[in-house]
Ligand binder design. Structure first.
Ligand code: 5GP
Ligand code: ZN
Length: 114
Protein backbone atom coordinates (compact mmCIF):
# COMPACT_ATOMS: atom_id res chain seq x y z
CA UNK A 1 0.00 0.00 0.00
CA UNK A 2 1.28 3.46 -0.91
CA UNK A 3 1.08 5.89 2.02
CA UNK A 4 0.89 9.18 0.12
CA UNK A 5 0.28 9.34 -3.61
CA UNK A 6 -0.37 11.76 -6.43
CA UNK A 7 -2.83 10.53 -9.08
CA UNK A 8 -0.84 11.96 -12.01
CA UNK A 9 2.57 10.61 -10.89
CA UNK A 10 3.98 7.72 -12.95
CA UNK A 11 5.97 6.30 -10.04
CA UNK A 12 2.91 6.39 -7.75
CA UNK A 13 1.09 4.50 -10.52
CA UNK A 14 3.89 1.92 -10.67
CA UNK A 15 3.65 1.35 -6.90
CA UNK A 16 -0.13 0.89 -7.24
CA UNK A 17 0.31 -1.49 -10.18
CA UNK A 18 -1.52 0.85 -12.57
CA UNK A 19 1.59 0.95 -14.78
CA UNK A 20 3.43 -2.36 -15.20
CA UNK A 21 7.01 -2.69 -14.01
CA UNK A 22 9.63 -5.40 -13.48
CA UNK A 23 9.41 -5.49 -9.69
CA UNK A 24 12.49 -6.47 -7.66
CA UNK A 25 11.64 -5.86 -4.00
CA UNK A 26 8.84 -4.32 -1.99
CA UNK A 27 8.83 -3.31 1.69
CA UNK A 28 6.37 -1.34 3.82
CA UNK A 29 8.20 1.86 2.84
CA UNK A 30 9.69 1.30 -0.60
CA UNK A 31 9.23 -0.30 -4.01
CA UNK A 32 12.10 -1.32 -6.30
CA UNK A 33 11.99 -2.13 -10.00
CA UNK A 34 14.10 -2.13 -13.16
CA UNK A 35 14.62 1.15 -14.98
CA UNK A 36 12.87 1.25 -18.38
CA UNK A 37 15.89 2.96 -19.96
CA UNK A 38 18.80 1.15 -18.30
CA UNK A 39 22.28 2.69 -18.32
CA UNK A 40 23.63 -0.84 -17.75
CA UNK A 41 22.17 -4.32 -17.34
CA UNK A 42 20.25 -4.44 -14.03
CA UNK A 43 19.84 -0.67 -13.61
CA UNK A 44 17.23 -0.44 -10.84
CA UNK A 45 15.22 2.27 -9.11
CA UNK A 46 14.30 2.32 -5.42
CA UNK A 47 11.37 4.62 -4.66
CA UNK A 48 9.66 5.50 -1.37
CA UNK A 49 5.95 4.71 -1.05
CA UNK A 50 5.33 8.35 -0.29
CA UNK A 51 4.92 10.96 -2.98
CA UNK A 52 7.52 13.70 -2.56
CA UNK A 53 9.58 15.29 -5.29
CA UNK A 54 12.83 15.67 -3.33
CA UNK A 55 14.40 13.65 -0.56
CA UNK A 56 14.32 16.48 2.01
CA UNK A 57 10.50 16.29 1.79
CA UNK A 58 10.44 12.64 2.82
CA UNK A 59 9.73 11.52 6.39
CA UNK A 60 12.85 9.87 7.82
CA UNK A 61 11.39 6.35 7.94
CA UNK A 62 11.06 6.30 4.13
CA UNK A 63 14.57 7.60 3.63
CA UNK A 64 15.95 5.12 6.16
CA UNK A 65 14.43 2.20 4.22
CA UNK A 66 16.07 3.06 0.92
CA UNK A 67 19.81 2.53 1.43
CA UNK A 68 19.62 -0.99 2.90
CA UNK A 69 17.41 -1.94 -0.06
CA UNK A 70 19.75 -0.29 -2.55
CA UNK A 71 22.61 -2.25 -0.93
CA UNK A 72 20.74 -5.55 -1.31
CA UNK A 73 19.94 -4.86 -4.96
CA UNK A 74 23.52 -3.82 -5.70
CA UNK A 75 24.86 -7.03 -4.11
CA UNK A 76 22.33 -9.17 -6.00
CA UNK A 77 23.57 -7.82 -9.34
CA UNK A 78 26.76 -9.80 -8.89
CA UNK A 79 29.20 -7.14 -10.07
CA UNK A 80 31.57 -5.57 -7.55
CA UNK A 81 31.27 -1.99 -8.80
CA UNK A 82 28.15 0.14 -9.00
CA UNK A 83 26.76 3.67 -8.74
CA UNK A 84 24.01 4.84 -6.42
CA UNK A 85 22.64 8.06 -7.90
CA UNK A 86 19.95 10.43 -6.76
CA UNK A 87 18.76 13.69 -8.41
CA UNK A 88 16.66 16.44 -6.79
CA UNK A 89 15.03 18.96 -9.13
CA UNK A 90 15.09 19.69 -12.85
CA UNK A 91 18.37 21.60 -12.79
CA UNK A 92 19.89 18.57 -11.05
CA UNK A 93 18.63 16.35 -13.93
CA UNK A 94 15.59 14.89 -12.17
CA UNK A 95 13.06 13.85 -14.84
CA UNK A 96 10.46 12.05 -12.74
CA UNK A 97 9.27 14.23 -9.83
CA UNK A 98 8.90 11.38 -7.33
CA UNK A 99 12.06 10.94 -5.24
CA UNK A 100 14.07 7.89 -6.33
CA UNK A 101 17.48 6.28 -6.06
CA UNK A 102 19.23 4.70 -9.03
CA UNK A 103 21.25 1.51 -8.49
CA UNK A 104 23.48 1.15 -11.55
CA UNK A 105 25.77 -1.88 -11.83
CA UNK A 106 29.10 -1.14 -13.52
CA UNK A 107 30.28 -4.36 -15.15
CA UNK A 108 33.80 -4.53 -16.51
CA UNK A 109 33.98 -3.48 -20.17
CA UNK A 110 34.39 -7.10 -21.28
CA UNK A 111 31.11 -8.05 -19.55
CA UNK A 112 28.95 -5.22 -20.82
CA UNK A 113 29.12 -1.92 -22.66
CA UNK A 114 28.20 0.03 -19.49
P1 5GP B 1 15.77 10.83 -13.14
O1 5GP B 1 16.43 11.50 -14.32
O2 5GP B 1 14.46 11.49 -12.78
O3 5GP B 1 16.71 10.71 -11.97
O4 5GP B 1 15.49 9.34 -13.59
C1 5GP B 1 14.22 8.87 -13.94
C2 5GP B 1 14.38 7.43 -14.40
O5 5GP B 1 13.10 6.84 -14.48
C3 5GP B 1 15.02 7.32 -15.80
O6 5GP B 1 16.21 6.53 -15.70
C4 5GP B 1 13.94 6.63 -16.64
O7 5GP B 1 14.46 5.69 -17.55
C5 5GP B 1 13.07 5.97 -15.59
N1 5GP B 1 11.66 5.84 -15.96
C6 5GP B 1 10.86 6.83 -16.44
N2 5GP B 1 9.62 6.37 -16.67
C7 5GP B 1 9.64 5.04 -16.33
C8 5GP B 1 8.63 4.00 -16.36
O8 5GP B 1 7.48 4.20 -16.73
N3 5GP B 1 9.02 2.78 -15.94
C9 5GP B 1 10.30 2.51 -15.51
N4 5GP B 1 10.57 1.26 -15.12
N5 5GP B 1 11.27 3.47 -15.46
C10 5GP B 1 10.93 4.71 -15.87
ZN1 ZN C 1 4.57 9.88 -6.89
Amino acid sequence: MIHRSLASCIFCKIIKGEIPSYKLLETEFSFSFLDIGPLSRGHALVIPKYHAEKIHELPDEYLADVLPIAKRIALAQGVPDYNILQNNGKIAHQEVPHAHFHVIPKPSVSDDEG
